[in-house]
Ligand binder design. Structure first.
Ligand SMILES: C[S@@+](CC[C@H](N)C(=O)[O-])C[C@H]1O[C@@H](n2cnc3c(N)ncnc32)[C@H](O)[C@@H]1O
Length: 522
């Protein structure tokens, strides 16, 4: 099996990388938003920007400032691509036999205080049992017995190493060594080999290939080496997300990850206050930073997915705020991955191929009525959506469901690949609703001023801008991210009951997902 597996790695990296699987990266259409010029701004807007230190007195200086800004964000987005390696591995690990999963051990050893040495001595420890099984019997498909046993031995050593450590530090230590172990390189490459999502497969291979340098014939060990380095690099960025006390999006790298739970509070807001806050009829919507998740729920059978625009549509349809026949939904995102995903969705929709979202409600999320309700409702207001529910409880999920989105809905999306701080997205459109979730946190105050002025320009007269400000540690969620000098804040609402582990580090008054609703001032 190993020879076959390695020769696949070798051959496929030699030949297949770079072959276009979808018609992506076409030239930009005319009329697409362009980078700001200084004379796009009124004197009032310049005054606001000047107060935030943006150089608005000289065109050349202004443009060079923006070029620099965008280059910095693009670099950060590029680094963020390594995050997808991490997400991908996390999913690949979930397909391993339960006994091999890290969480189970961590729960036993760290949180339930099971004594490792005693367990080992008594022969009760599952690793010992597992090793015995693998020594005698055929291993499960895809697993390499010798390497697996060596991997398990390394885990036992790690478990001895954590004695006396703080639970959080021990958890991080165990997870990092588990995820960056050389055995995981095989798990990772095996998952790519079997991946049914061709675009994702191509994307990962390209990433590995880009790290290989220019050698024409890479050896298997070169590939394995590069993958392990990628896993180690990803662990540097991702490790803080693994511990419970520091869950936040902001910072470097810029992640595209997304989850349906972030729109849960929006459903609540629209249900309770939609009539007073939102324009009567919404025709044009802009979603800034919709994101795309590399993996979903619990297997690699689902393609990458984007949830936010469809969740938003579902919420607005439920409230009867939109008329689908006249609706336009624009998506603005700096990430090439997001843009490619939208093109993939539209290409599939044009051929009438089904687009499915796969959602999972985690055990901790079930405790929040807002999350449970959103999970239950999502998709029900989209006419023609096919919903398949799976109520089986797994170690990760309380329940799962798939929503097949009708092609007509997918075809309403239009992608704008751009930076929200430097792109003039007000050019042609006037949006009745702009939403931006888990994205403003990436910007500093000056960048947010640019984004805010742009949002104000792009809103229709009664237009609304809604941003969330939860799950943020560096920026205090109770402090508004956009200044009142360019948009009036009309409502700030705190939704309690965020999963306790995600906000453990915050004082009680700050816990909750916070939505901020702005209306264009006169
Ligand atoms: C963490 S994801 C959030 C995804 C989704 N909104 C959610 O809350 O689930 C942040 C998204 O914002 C995009 N983004 C970050 N900075 C941006 C910028 N300056 N301009 C445009 N998009 C940006 C990223 O590429 C990414 O897709």
């Amino acid at each position: 099996m190993k020879i076959y597996f390695l020769s696949w790695v070798y051959l496929s990296f030699g030949g297949v990388i770079g072959a276009a699987e979808l018609n992506i990266g076409q030239p930009k259409q005319s009329g697409e938003p362009s980078e700001y010029k200084l004379n796009d701004f009124t004197s009032q807007e310049r005054k606001i920007l000047r107060s935030y230190g943006v150089p608005v007195d000289n065109s050349a200086e202004f443009e060079s400032f923006l070029t620099h800004l965008r280059a910095g964000h693009e670099k950060s987005a590029e680094t963020g691509q390594v995050s997808m390696v991490w997400e991908y591995l996390l999913t690949a690990v979930q397909s391993l036999p339960t006994e091999l999963r890290m969480n189970k051990w961590i729960k036993a050893f760290i949180f339930q205080g099971v004594n490792i040495t005693e367990q080992l001595a008594a022969g009760k420890y599952s690793i010992s049992e597992l090793k015995a099984v693998y020594r005698q019997a055929q291993p499960p498909e895809g697993l390499l017995p010798k390497d697996l046993i060596a991997f398990l031995d390394r885990r036992v050593d790690e478990l001895k190493n954590i004695r006396g450590m703080e639970p959080n530090i021990a958890t991080t230590h165990l997870k990092r060594s588990f995820m960056t172990d050389r055995y995981m390189v095989h798990v990772f490459l095996e998952a790519i080999k079997n991946d049914s999502d061709k675009l994702r497969k191509k994307r990962l291979r390209e990433l590995i290939k880009s790290r290989m340098g220019s050698t024409p014939h890479e050896s298997v060990s070169d590939i394995e080496q590069v993958v392990q380095e990628l896993l180690i690099e990803a662990s540097e960025h991702e490790i803080r997300l693994m511990t419970f006390d520091d869950y936040s999006f902001e910072g470097d790298p810029l992640r595209t990850g997304t989850d349906f739970i972030y729109t849960a509070a929006l459903r609540e807001l629209v249900r309770v206050d939609g009539d007073s806050l939102l324009p009567e009829k919404i025709r044009r919507i802009l979603v800034i930073g919709p994101g795309v998740s590399m993996v979903v729920v619990d297997d690699l059978k689902n393609p990458r997915q984007m949830i936010e625009p469809f969740a938003l549509l579902d919420i607005l349809l439920e409230s009867q705020k939109i008329d689908l026949s006249n609706l336009q939904i624009h998506l603005l995102d700096i990430s090439q991955d997001v843009s490619e995903h939208v093109q993939y969705l539209k290409a599939a929709a044009k051929q009438n191929k089904p687009i499915s979202l796969a959602l999972g409600l985690k055990h901790s999320q079930k405790k929040s009525p807002i999350f449970s309700e959103h999970f239950r409702e999502l998709g029900r207001s989209i006419q023609g959506a096919v919903i398949t529910e799976d109520l089986a409880i797994t170690s990760f999920y309380q329940a799962r469901k798939k929503i097949q989105i009708p092609s007509e809905i997918v075809l309403k999306l239009r992608m704008i690949e751009g930076d929200m701080t430097t792109t003039n997205f007000s050019h042609l459109e006037s949006y009745d609703l702009i939403i931006c979730f888990n994205t403003l946190v990436y910007l500093n105050e000056q960048e947010r001023a640019l984004a805010g002025v742009g949002i104000r320009k792009a809103l229709s007269q009664n237009g609304c801008f809604i941003a969330n400000n939860g799950l943020s540690k560096k920026s205090d969620p109770t402090i508004e991210l956009l200044g009142n000098d360019y948009l009036s804040l009309i409502q700030k609402k705190v939704y309690k009951d965020y999963p306790p582990e995600s906000v453990r580090a915050l004082p009680p008054a700050m816990k909750g997902s916070q939505l901020w609703v702005y209306k264009k001032g006169s």
